[in-house]
Design a protein around this ligand. Structure first.
Ligand code: AMP
Length: 281
C-alpha cells in the first residue's frame, strides 16, 4: 500500500495505472475504520484492478462544531488495517489540499436534501457534495463504493453523479452490523457502556417495524417506532420516517409504487446514530 498526502502524487500513480488500462475503485471515508468500511474495500478489490481509499474528516459537512472536534481519528490503526487488505493507495489529504480556497459552491438537491438528515443537519449535504465532487475529480474512479447505512447520502451522491454526468458507477453496499444488530459506525466508539448496551434496540425496533408493516399503515408503524424508542430513557429519537427509496418523500400508503425505506436518527447520550431498514427487500 502506498500512502499519498497530495493530489499530485496520487494523480501521477493513477495516471500510469490508467495508461496500463487498469480499472480504479474508490472508497471515500472519514477514517476510524471498522468492518463496515473494510467490506467496501473488499468489494472494491474484487471488482477493480486498483483500490484507492481516502481518509479525510471533511469539516464542511459538520454542522455541529463539537461533533467535528470529537469525531474519532485513529490514523495509525487505520493504516494497519488497510495495509493488511487489498488497498493499493491510501490518500490522506490535508484540509488545504482539498480546499486550497474556501469552497463556496451551493449544490442543491431539492427534496432529497431538505428531509430527514437535511432537516436536522443544515448544510451537511452541501458539504458532502463539495468533498465528493473534489475527491471524484482527483481520483477519477470507474466505481465508487458507498454504504447503504448512510442511505440519504447514497441518494445524494447518485444524484450528483447523474446531474454532473460523471462517468462513474456508484456501488451501494449493505450495512455491516455488530453481532447484536447495531449498525457499525465510527461514532460507536464514543458511546458510554450504558448507551452501547441500549443502542442495539434501534435495529431491533426497525426489524419489528418491518413485521408490523403487514398489519398497520405507514403512519401507525411510524408512531409505534416513536413510542418504542421513547420507552428507553437513554435513547432520544430525532426522526423516524418511512420514505420512497428514490424520491425520499414520505410514504403514506404501502400500495404506493416503489420500494420503501424506514430511516431513523437517534441520540444515545450525546452520540447521534443513524440506521435504516428496507420494507420491500
Ligand atoms: P464514513 O467514514 O462514516 O464517512 O463512511 C465511509 C463509507 O463507509 C460511507 O460510504 C458509509 O456509508 C460506509 N459505511 C459506514 N458504516 C458502514 C457500515 N456499517 N456498513 C457498510 N458501510 C458503512
Amino acid at each position: 500500500m502506498e500512502l499519498f498526502e497530495t493530489k499530485k502524487g496520487l494523480g501521477q500513480a493513477l495516471e500510469s495505472d490508467r495508461e496500463r488500462g487498469l480499472s480504479i475503485g474508490f472508497v471515500p471515508t472519514m477514517g476510524a475504520l471498522h468492518q463496515g468500511h473494510l467490506s467496501l474495500v473488499e468489494r472494491a478489490a474484487r471488482e477493480n484492478d486498483r483500490v484507492v481509499v481516502s481518509i479525510f474528516v471533511n469539516p464542511n459537512q459538520f454542522n455541529d462544531p463539537n461533533d467535528l472536534k470529537n469525531y474519532p481519528r485513529t490514523l495509525d490503526a487505520d493504516k494497519a488495517l488497510l495495509s493488511a487488505m487489498a488497498c493499493d493507495y491510501l490518500f490522506v489529504p490535508s484540509i488545504d489540499e482539498v480546499y486550497p480556497e474556501p469552497d463556496t459552491r451551493k449544490i442543491s438537491f431539492g427534496s432529497l436534501e431538505t428531509v430527514m438528515e437535511g432537516r436536522f443537519r443544515p448544510g451537511h449535504f452541501n458539504g458532502v457534495a463539495q468533498v465528493v465532487s473534489k475527491l471524484f475529480d482527483m481520483v477519477r474512479p470507474e466505481r465508487v463504493y458507498v454504504g447503504l447505512k448512510d442511505f440519504q447520502q447514497y441518494s445524494i451522491i447518485k444524484n450528483l453523479v447523474s446531474r454532473m454526468d460523471l462517468p462513474v458507477s456508484i456501488v451501494a453496499c449493505d450495512t455491516m452490523r455488530e453481532a447484536d444488530g447495531l449498525a457499525m459506525s465510527s461514532r460507536n466508539t464514543l458511546l458510554t457502556t450504558e448507551h452501547r448496551a441500549v443502542a442495539p434496540q434501534i435495529y431491533r425496533i426497525l426489524q419489528e417495524a418491518r413485521v408490523e408493516a403487514g398489519h398497520f399503515t405507514p403512519e401507525e408503524v411510524q408512531m409505534h417506532v416513536k413510542e418504542k424508542i421513547s420507552s428507553f430513557k437513554l435513547l432520544n429519537l430525532e426522526y423516524f420516517e418511512i420514505v420512497d427509496e428514490l424520491t425520499l418523500l414520505p410514504c403514506t400508503d404501502w400500495s404506493q409504487p416503489g420500494n420503501k425505506v424506514g430511516c431513523i436518527a437517534v441520540y444515545a447520550g450525546s452520540v447521534r446514530l443513524i440506521d435504516n431498514i428496507f420494507f420491500d427487500k
